[in-house]
Design a protein around this ligand. Structure first.
Ligand SMILES: Cc1ncc(COP(=O)(O)O)c(C=O)c1O
Length: 340
């Protein structure tokens, strides 16, 4: 039976488990001062082709919120799509970490924030001088929350808007690997070359146990970040085990291999769903997330047969299907057979 509930439901890739086990022999300095952490920082600098400041943490929420707190003060405003994870799925962590910065949401197809709405919202919010919230950050996600990939041109347009208003651009990259693997633009082209100031680069959903890298492309802007990490309780003492996960994840481009596997599974699933008269494709499918519309009784029947997936209430009769690096063709074919 298929589990398309979440890529968080997938296991840990064996190479990452081996790397954790290998790091467990002997002793190492704590709190990120170890050799493995330094090695991961160098790997990320190579992959992104620039000098970076890297903070490893164990959850995407921590990576996002430490990043936002670094770029946005307590009197600031963060502008994002209404579907954004930081808006809907991180409780009040963004408010906690930033000390009370306010989030503002806009619409836009495929969960890409509309540039027009962003510009209007930013100008309206900032219009009352000292009485206003200070517009500080535009936050985007790649993949977006509706499974679309942002191109470098699209990212550049957000960066230009942010720059024109004296703001920063933050990217939630919980599925950045899937975005890179589904196009032909490099990690650098999709981030700092397009104007991204900071990225949360996910690994957990794509084969790690619990590891996300918060990456700043302008190290001078990042000095306060490690204090936010410590203050928020996210500085791991046995930090080398976060680094061990990333070392294996990045070595020989395992991250791209795994993302390509989950994207390929999605392409197969998407084709199967497209050929079914019982469902329609509503959004996504660029990476490893697909949003489909179907009647409730069909969804129930699929669930009764043992398939797992979740409703997506913001879309009409919407359901989300997510593949992961270890999704099998058999799972997909069984689901498609049961759907049709
Ligand atoms: C877009 C996005 N950002 C960030 C996260 C990371 O969240 P968590 O704190 O659960 O690791 C997720 C996980 O579902 C996500 O989908």
């Amino acid at each position: 039976m298929a589990n398309f509930g979440s890529d968080n439901a997938a296991g840990i890739h064996p190479k990452i488990i081996e790397s954790i086990a290998a790091a467990s022999t002997g002793t190492a300095p704590a709190y990120g001062t170890d050799r493995l952490t330094e090695s991961v920082e160098n790997q990320l600098a190579d992959i992104f082709e620039c000098e970076v400041t890297v903070l490893l943490v164990g959850t995407g929420t921590a990576a996002n919120c430490i990043g936002l707190a670094t770029l946005c003060s307590s009197v600031g405003g963060i502008f994002a799509h209404s579907e954004a994870h930081i808006v809907n799925d991180e409780s009040t962590a963004p408010e906690l970490f930033t000390g009370g910065a306010r989030q503002f949401t806009v619409g836009g197809s495929d969960a890409k924030p509309s540039l027009l709405e962003l510009g209007e919202a930013i100008d309206m919010v900032g219009a009352r001088g000292v009485h206003s919230v200070q517009p500080s950050v535009i936050a985007i996600s790649n993949l977006t929350e509706l499974g679309a990939r942002l191109s470098a041109i699209e990212v550049t347009a957000y960066a230009e808007l942010a720059k024109s208003r004296g703001m920063k651009l933050f990217m939630d990259g919980a599925r950045f690997a899937n975005a890179v693997a589904s196009g032909d633009e490099s990690p650098a082209e999709l981030t700092w070359r397009a104007g991204v100031d900071a990225l949360s680069f996910g690994a957990t959903k794509n084969g790690a146990m619990a590891a996300e890298a918060l990456i700043f492309f302008n190290p001078a802007e990042a000095t306060i970040a490690e204090f936010h990490r410590k203050r928020g309780g996210h500085l791991w003492s046995k930090h080398r085990f976060l680094a061990a996960q990333f070392e294996a994840y990045l070595e020989n481009d395992l991250w791209l291999e795994l993302a390509t596997a989950s994207n390929d599974s999605m392409a197969r699933l998407r084709q199967g769903v497209a050929s079914s008269k019982n469902a329609s494709i509503l959004a996504g499918g660029d990476g490893n997330e697909l949003f489909i519309g179907m009647e409730q009784d069909i969804a129930k029947e699929l669930e009764q047969r043992g398939h797992t997936f979740y409703a997506w209430p913001s879309l009409p009769k919407g359901y989300r299907l997510v593949t992961s690096f270890n999704t099998t063709d058999e799972e997909i074919d069984e689901f498609v057979d049961d759907l049709t």
